[in-house]
Write a protein that binds this ligand. Structure first.
Ligand SMILES: O=C(O)c1cc(=O)[nH]c(=O)n1[C@@H]1O[C@H](COP(=O)(O)O)[C@@H](O)[C@H]1O
Length: 242
């Protein structure tokens, strides 16, 4: 059971330094399944940092949120596959054609090389966004409607799942069926601060709502004892799963 919960805990390794990343992987690998490498760390350290996580026995969620013309995103996604990452993401707002082309090229690369396809996720609406944020960019629709719409689009394109707020997990589950993965950031255990997240829930509530994995950063990294904080989150996930 702990192993199952561990695979569902993704640590957001939001640091800009190779040594700091190395320290986090060594310190947390016992309680964390995947280490999320985002824009800051990847821009600073590049593919070497992916290799480091793999060498230390961790899995990688490459969080570069690709959003560009279809050909550019598809080619970048194939490069992510070549790094051997376990999971990567694009912005669903890039549209159906962008996501379809990405699935097509990744599947072709996997067929050619015999490699396993990484979990492909589409980001719906960021957990830091509100209706006001959407209005500001000309989208006059409720957040919930947009999340469901983008999740369905990702599914239609052949994506494995989405990144969404835990508050929208249940709606996505209903719209996209039981096998669709729902990875939720914006998760805050009772002991942690909200920081800049706006649409949050606890780990237990996220799992109960249908989240298949949780992305958690500062509630672990800012804790007095990060391994212990990750352990407490695992326990909460285990209880929610049972
Ligand atoms: O794609 C993401 O991981 C992501 C999507 C989203 O909507 N909101 C969001 O917070 N994230 C990421 O999830 C992580 C959350 O970190 P904490 O707020 O520290 O737990 C950060 O690395 C964000 O970049």
């Amino acid at each position: 059971m702990k192993q199952d919960a561990k695979q569902r805990l993704i640590f957001a390794m939001d640091v800009d330094d190779f040594a700091a990343a190395e320290k986090w992987v060594s310190e947390l690998h016992e309680n964390v399944g995947l280490f999320k490498i985002g824009k800051q760390l990847f821009t600073k350290c590049g593919p070497q940092v992916v290799q480091m996580v793999h060498e230390r026995g961790g899995g990688v969620f490459l969080d570069l949120k690709y959003h560009d013309i279809p050909n550019t995103v598809a080619k970048a996604a194939v490069e992510a596959c070549k790094l051997g990452v376990e999971m990567f993401n694009v912005h669903a707002l890039g549209g159906l054609e962008m996501m379809q082309k990405t699935v097509e090229e990744v599947d072709a690369w996997c067929a050619e090389t015999g490699n396993k396809r990484p979990v492909m996720l589409a980001v719906t609406i960021l957990t830091s966004s509100t209706e006001e944020t959407l209005r500001g960019v000309g989208i006059d629709r409720p957040v919930e409607e947009m999340v469901t719409r983008l999740a369905k689009l990702a599914k239609e394109a052949g994506f494995d799942g989405v990144v969404a707020s835990p508050r929208e997990a249940q709606m996505v589950r209903e719209a996209c069926g039981p096998d669709f993965q729902i990875v939720t950031p914006g998760v805050r255990p009772g002991f942690a601060a909200l920081d800049d997240q706006k649409r949050v829930t606890t780990p237990a509530d996220a799992v109960a709502a249908g989240a298949t994995a949780l992305v958690i950063g500062r509630p672990i990294s800012a804790a007095a004892n990060p391994l212990d904080a990750a352990g407490k989150i695992l326990e909460e996930i285990e209880v929610a799963l049972s």
